[in-house]
Design a protein around this ligand. Structure first.
Ligand SMILES: Nc1ccn([C@@H]2O[C@H](COP(=O)(O)O)[C@@H](O)[C@H]2O)c(=O)n1
Ligand SMILES: C[C@@]1(CO)OP(=O)(O)OP(=O)(O)OC[C@H]1O
Length: 161
C-alpha cells in the first residue's frame, strides 16, 4: 500500500543503431535517420525509458519483467502498447504522472526540429498537457555514433479517491 502523495521515478534505455532500420522515438518515426534501433520490439528508447520511470516510481520493476525480450509475442511490438500497459499498472496502484523530463542522447540526425512533435506525442500517450513533458537532446560528442540513449525522470501523484 503506497501512502506518499508524490513519488519520483527514473528510467533509462539504450539501443544500438544500425543502417536500414527505422528509428522511432517517443512514438515519432524520425525522418531521414541514417540508422535505426536494433531491438526485439520497435526499439523506441524514449517510450521504454518513460515506462521504466513510471514503474520505478512505485517499485514495480522494469518493462523486461512484463515484456521479456525472449517472448516471440513481443517481436517488433509497438512500444506504445508497452507504455499503455505500464500506465494501467500505475493507475491500478492509484497514481498518475504529473510531469516528465527526458533527455535523448543521439549524434545524428538533429532532433531539435522534432522537439514539439515528440513532446506532444509522449504527452498524449500519458494523458498530459504538452507543457508537462520536457524534452532535451544531447550529442555524445562523437563518442557513441551508433547508439541512442534516453534518461527520464517522472513525478507521480496519488489520484484523489
Ligand atoms: N540529436 C541531437 C543532439 C543535439 N541536438 C541539439 O544540439 C545542441 C547541442 O548539443 P550538445 O550535445 O553538443 O550539447 C542542443 O541544443 C541540442 O538540443 C539536437 O537537436 N539533436
Ligand atoms: C521491450 C523489450 C521486449 O520487446 O525488448 P527490446 O525492444 O529489446 O527493448 P529493451 O529496452 O532492451 O528491453 C525491454 C524488452 O523486454
Amino acid at each position: 500500500m503506497f501512502t506518499m502523495l508524490y513519488r519520483i521515478g527514473y528510467g533509462e534505455d539504450a539501443h544500438r543503431l544500425e543502417a536500414g532500420r527505422p528509428l522511432t522515438l517517443g512514438g515519432v518515426v524520425i525522418p531521414d535517420s541514417p540508422l535505426g534501433a536494433v531491438a526485439h520490439s520497435d526499439g523506441d528508447a524514449v517510450l521504454h525509458a518513460v515506462a521504466d520511470a513510471l514503474l520505478s516510481g512505485l517499485a514495480l520493476g522494469d518493462i523486461g519483467q512484463y515484456f521479456p525480450d525472449t517472448d516471440p509475442a513481443h517481436k517488433n511490438m509497438d512500444s506504445r502498447i508497452i507504455l499503455q500497459h505500464t500506465l494501467d499498472l500505475i493507475r491500478q496502484k492509484g497514481y498518475a504522472p504529473v510531469n516528465v523530463a527526458l533527455v535523448v542522447t543521439l549524434d545524428r540526425p538533429k532532433l531539435g526540429p522534432l522537439r514539439a512533435e515528440i513532446s506532444r506525442s509522449v504527452a498524449q500517450l500519458l494523458g498530459l498537457p504538452e507543457t508537462e513533458v520536457g524534452v532535451s537532446f544531447k550529442t555524445s560528442e562523437g563518442l557513441a555514433l551508433q547508439h541512442v540513449q534516453t534518461r527520464v525522470t517522472v513525478l507521480l501523484e496519488r489520484i484523489p479517491s
